[in-house]
Design a protein. Structure first.
Length: 209
């Protein structure tokens, strides 16, 4: 029997995940059955269950991919010299997720992909397994951002009396808020986020009278 290559296995896994993501974005996690996923992916039950034990495995895989993709983008930016300012950095990452290549969003339109991410967040309130998966992934993202904030401090562009992790959490929350607005209203884009942050960064502190 011919040996199946790793590239073939990876492509099949990708096919399943992309099909599942389209189903979840269209019908929601609880409105999607495994039969729906099989039909969308165009595969047999045996082919799908070889990779994933069920719907919860698919949801966990999609959730982990989304968070890790953002983390890798931030880690890559940390290697730039000089490190991009937060407005440029978050704008770059949001473009990579929602506009530069739909392969980042599993072939979904930006608003649909943002909605899928919101569904993942909501599901963590129900699923202990998914909550644990996202908590671990978020820890990696927070570490990557904290490292970047430390580089801002070393460059002398950040005040010294605010903990690095607090700044990192605030910036992550900004990105999360952008995703929520895109999912709910669809009337925003990376340039709005980037310009808004640039405006906030330009504010001069007001001295108490």
């Amino acid at each position: 029997m011919a040996r199946v290559s790793q590239a073939h296995l990876d492509a099949r896994r990708r096919q399943i995940l992309d099909g599942a993501a389209r189903c979840f974005a269209r019908d929601g996690f609880h409105g999607t059955s495994m039969q729906d996923v099989l039909k969308e992916a165009g595969l047999s039950a045996g082919a799908v269950y070889r990779y994933f034990g069920g719907k919860e495995d698919l949801i966990a895989a999609i959730a982990t991919e989304a968070v890790n993709g953002v983390r890798r983008a931030f880690e890559g930016a940390a290697r730039d010299t000089p490190v991009p300012t937060p407005d440029v950095l978050i704008g770059r990452v949001s473009r990579s997720l929602f506009t530069d290549g739909l392969e980042s969003g599993r072939g979904l339109e930006p608003r649909a992909y943002a909605g899928l991410i919101i569904q993942v967040w909501s599901e963590t309130l129900r699923s202990e397994r998914l909550a644990a998966t996202l908590t671990e992934a978020f820890g990696g993202l927070r570490s990557a951002w904290t490292e970047l904030v430390g580089l801002y401090r070393e460059a002398g562009v950040l005040r010294a009396d605010v903990p690095d992790e607090h700044v990192a959490r605030a910036l992550i929350a900004t990105a999360q808020g952008f995703i929520a607005q895109l999912a709910m209203f669809g009337d925003t884009g990376p340039e709005v986020l980037e310009n808004g942050l640039r405006g906030l960064m330009s504010m001069d502190p007001v001295e108490a009278g």
